[in-house]
Design a protein around this ligand. Sequence first.
Ligand SMILES: Nc1ncnc2c1ncn2[C@@H]1O[C@H](COP(=O)(O)OP(=O)(O)OP(=O)(O)O)[C@@H](O)[C@H]1O
Ligand SMILES: [Mg+2]
Length: 279
Amino acid sequence: MGQRLVLDGVGVRFGDAAALEGVTLSVKPGEKLAVIGASGAGKSTLFRTLTRSVALGSGSVTVGGRNLYALSWRELGATRRRVGTIHQAYNLVPELSAGMNAALGEVGGLGRLATLRTLLLGPDAGLSRRVEGALQQVGLGERVRARTADLSGGQQQRVAVARLLVQRPGLILADEPFAAVDPVTAERVMAALLDLNREGATLLVNLHDVAAARTFPRIVALREGRIAFDGEPKDLTDEMLAGIYEGDEKRVQHEEEKLGSRRREPMRVAEGRDGVSAH
Ligand SMILES: Nc1ncnc2c1ncn2[C@@H]1O[C@H](COP(=O)(O)OP(=O)(O)OP(=O)(O)O)[C@@H](O)[C@H]1O
Ligand SMILES: [Mg+2]
């Protein structure tokens, strides 16, 4: 279901400043990886190159062997429909119900007439069942008809995940999906993303939590727009991490505090980590 992604010498500039520089990266279909790096390192920009949502200054991006930046608008539309994104600004329509927002995961792939019919009359029986199933999976089975704006931030985030479950994208770009949610929601969201990955979707998750990133088989770290590390978590040393987050004082302090608590409570943290990586 997923397609191979290849970034080759990708550079992106905003005015004088380079957001990405010489980024070369290859992701296999169905792979899952975590992207880490200090604030401003270029993580979100990297994701934007994968939907052609930002102009390239240099290099190329290919998706399934095709140059993403050379596709026609029609082809680009088809490619984008295969991409599911989830980030802090959930992209939901606040005035619509939770169920309708989840149904929009499918609507992107429908023709114009079917889209109109869905918006006016509601999803057909088959789609309704999938929407209900998806909302149940994220623990919102009772809220299908709730107005999305009336849901809490974490609940809205779960609606966004339900939309992904309905959409079944080949590529998932999750940009800090756990930034504003409680640990239980975070685990649910992660479980749903990993489910989609197991079914064949390529999964790229940008995580601020290094411990969570370490549960992924591959970590890509960005520093000042360049790739500072690309490999297995076991090869990512504390010294490298310090370099990656250098200058990000708040982050370093946060990590040190966590390291401190890990030393004090080794059992608890180890269990928690296994719980996540077992998915
Ligand atoms: N639309 C834009 N216009 C101008 N500069 C931008 C734009 N988007 C990003 N940048 C700049 O590019 C750099 C990389 O930004 P990006 O959003 O990719 O960082 P990030 O790693 O996602 O950071 P964070 O962890 O804070 O989300 C930053 O210096 C940022 O200010
Ligand atoms: Mg970002």
